[in-house]
Design a protein around this ligand. Sequence first.
Ligand SMILES: [Fe+2]
Ligand SMILES: [Fe+2]
Length: 234
Amino acid sequence: MDSTTTRTMPSSSIPFTTEIYRQSYGRINGVVVVGEALAEQHFRLLARAIPEDAGELKRLGAMEGRHARDFVGCAKNLGTEPDARFAKELFAPLHALFRDCDRRGDLPGCLVIQCLIVECFAVAAYRVYLPVADTYARPITASVLQDEVEHLNYGEVWLKQRFSAVKEAITAVCSQALPATLPILRALVPDMQTIGMDPLELMVEFTEIFEQSLEAIGFTRHDATRLTLRAMAA
Ligand SMILES: [Fe+2]
Ligand SMILES: [Fe+2]
């Protein structure tokens, strides 16, 4: 991440109505909407893979579907629309990895990708976006943020209950899934700066939340940091 990234701008100086803002917003909103739609698919696949929690997982999936629709509304409110094609290309490697874990019956892999990595990124991104959001998007983002914390918590609890059995699988999937996730963020750096988000702040938030999750599951702080940094450097 380059060190010249701007700090978050005060919302009064954000040019919400300019064409350049709308174009950047459309690309970021596309990633958000496609990410939410994939999250819905992932939770539906998880509901099939974990029948004892199917009701709960379908409920979480339905929340993701609502998030996608609400964020489409945020783009519409600004007179733009989500750039879904760009976003689908960015998410393809991570989604393929999830599908591969699902096909192989690698439940820890699926849960790490959706509930830890995707949800930690969602929480980090929405926290950094919130102070620079327009007045229509702000309450929607605040409400979605609470839901994403709940989704993260589902994965943490499941993995914590089986920690000794799934520890190695978590480490293995992180080494594949984090390098597949970081390019999504890198591709959005100029657009984030245009809409007033600090990409470096997003990475700091993500790293903190992700390491806290690994610790909540059972890793030591040292191992959580080591695992995160090694996977990010790959
Ligand atoms: Fe969501
Ligand atoms: Fe979520």
